[in-house]
Design a protein. Structure first.
Lengths: 356, 139
């Protein structure tokens, strides 16, 4: 059978779009973008994080339009982003200035500023609740007298490790970061490419590979979470470059620093390695704690590779965690492949014919 | 007052006040619009704390407006899609750069600082209600 080019299906495609739109509204009920924005914070956070674009209104719009389909919502937001000009780069954003709304350490019970649970589903029963109500938190009473910290200036837990001599802070590296939205990742990847790729990775993919790393296919050790913090991070620009910055708004971030015990490069006189701690780093838009923790695990595994470990292979990890790329490739398989399949078919028939 | 400070007070705590200021005074300071409120992106550059290096974590939607009086330019860049606030902040920046209406602006900013203090105190109280008291756990 020869190859015959065909075209067609325009009417069928239009009809399919019509049926799809009708199916979306078959119940006759609708929710507004404002409803999505008001009630689906965690979903909005995931979409913004994977789309690598922060705007709660646009993310809510994308979620509504995508009928709650994550990959579709991320695709819509990425596509919208591609229509907008990049006007500015922020000045260096330092998370030490974050207004902390939640902050816990799994490594130390007593940390300066305390364990602040904030808003989290961690302590709720995982039972479907048909009596959900919403209310405000009472703010009666004052700030405890003994509380001497400001929430936008809380010490970091790594400061404590450093003060004990268990972690050595590296000198500031002010190298201009690579930008994977402008130039494709090249391997071996740079640290800035890895972190940018991980923070916009698909939540499920990043989490799964982080789990793989811990379970026995990489570093294979239980990391200790030094600190998870969630809060509002101010962003500034300096268009004139004279140090006189403008504030342009806050973004909600989740930041994780995971402690990994490691042999120091320096050895003692008897040849034994001294133990020290290294840090795996995670940072995401919104409150995405699981993803940020997994990111810190993968950051560590890619920065301190275990030979032959899949999660130490930057090409393996970074080229497969992007939502738009992976779901786009997988879903394209259902599109017409008549020509390529015809070629396969011809070869199979040929080999059968040869055998017969 | 530094740009960083006044822009934070207006954008975070004084949207209404900024727009009211613009509505009240924009006809008293003649200006040209260089660029109307336009949506665009700002890439956020972050310092991470494992290796102390920099990386780009993603972009945020912003609205930008540029206005001009003579050779002096006013810039209004605000998070999200907010044409009114962007225009008002651009006008306020122009006033600061021209040295005009400073007393009026400082009166507003004094009030916004009080508003900020109240917000931070209430928010801090709310958040610290969730601070774990380990001593209590042993009782």
């Amino acid at each position: 059978m020869g190859y015959v080019a065909v075209k067609g299906g325009t009417k069928a495609i239009q009809a399919s779009v019509d049926v799809y739109k009708k199916k979306k509204h078959i119940s006759g009920m609708d929710i507004s973008t404002e409803h999505v924005k008001a009630n689906m914070n965690q979903l909005i956070d995931q979409v913004m994080s994977e789309a690598s674009m922060y705007d709660r209104n646009l993310a809510s719009h994308a979620i509504k339009q995508a009928e709650g389909n994550m990959e579709e919502a991320v695709f819509l937001l990425r596509a919208h982003r591609s229509t907008l000009p990049r006007l500015y780069y922020s000045t260096v954003t330092n998370t030490r200035e974050m207004f902390v709304e939640r902050r816990v350490s799994a490594s130390f019970k007593d940390i300066p500023g305390g364990q602040i649970l904030g808003a989290s589903p961690d302590f709720t029963h995982r039972l479907l609740d048909d009596g959900i109500t919403y209310g405000s938190v009472e703010t009666e009473g004052g700030i405890p007298d003994e509380y001497n910290y400001k929430l936008d200036d809380l010490p970091k837990v790594i400061d404590y490790l450093e003060s004990e001599g268990l972690f050595t802070k590296e000198a500031e590296d002010n190298t201009t970061p690579d930008d994977i939205t402008k130039h494709s990742i090249e391997f071996p990847s740079s640290r800035s490419q890895r972190l940018q790729s991980l923070t916009r990775g698909q939540t499920g993919a990043v989490t799964s590979l982080g789990y793989v790393e811990i379970r026995g296919y990489g570093y294979s050790s239980h990391p200790n979470i030094g600190e998870v913090r969630v809060g509002q991070q101010p962003v500034h620009i300096d268009p004139a470059g004279d140090g006189d910055e403008y504030y342009i708004g806050d973004v909600e971030l989740t930041e994780v620093e995971a402690f990994m015990p490691a042999d120091d490069a320096e050895t003692s006189g008897e040849g034994a390695h001294e133990k020290t701690f290294r840090i795996g780093y995670g940072l995401t838009f919104g409150q995405n704690e699981t993803k940020a923790i997994a990111m810190s695990v993968l950051d560590y595994s890619l920065s301190n590779p275990v030979p032959s470990s899949p999660t130490a292979d930057d090409e393996f990890v970074l080229l497969h965690i992007d939502s738009v790329e992976s779901t786009g490739f997988i879903s394209h398989l259902k599109l017409p492949h008549y020509v390529t399949f015809q070629s396969v078919l011809d070869r199979v028939r040929q080999t059968k014919g040869d055998r017969d | 007052m530094k740009k960083k400070r006044w822009s934070q007070l207006f954008i975070k705590f004084g949207r209404d006040e900024a727009i009211q200021f613009f509505d009240k005074y924009h006809s008293t300071v003649p200006f040209d619009i260089i660029s109307e409120p336009t949506e665009g992106l700002t890439m956020i550059k972050v310092r991470e704390h494992a290796k102390n290096s920099l990386f780009y974590m993603g972009e945020m939607l912003v609205t930008e407006t540029k206005v001009r009086h003579g050779e002096t330019v006013g810039l209004g860049v605000v998070k999200g899609s907010d044409e009114e606030l962007s225009m008002a902040v651009g006008f306020i920046d122009l006033c600061f750069n021209l040295g005009l209406l400073i007393d009026e602006l400082e009166d507003i900013l004094d009030a916004l600082e009080m508003k900020e203090d109240i917000y931070i105190e209430n928010r801090t109280k709310e958040i610290l209600k969730t601070k774990v008291d380990f001593d209590m756990m042993t009782e």
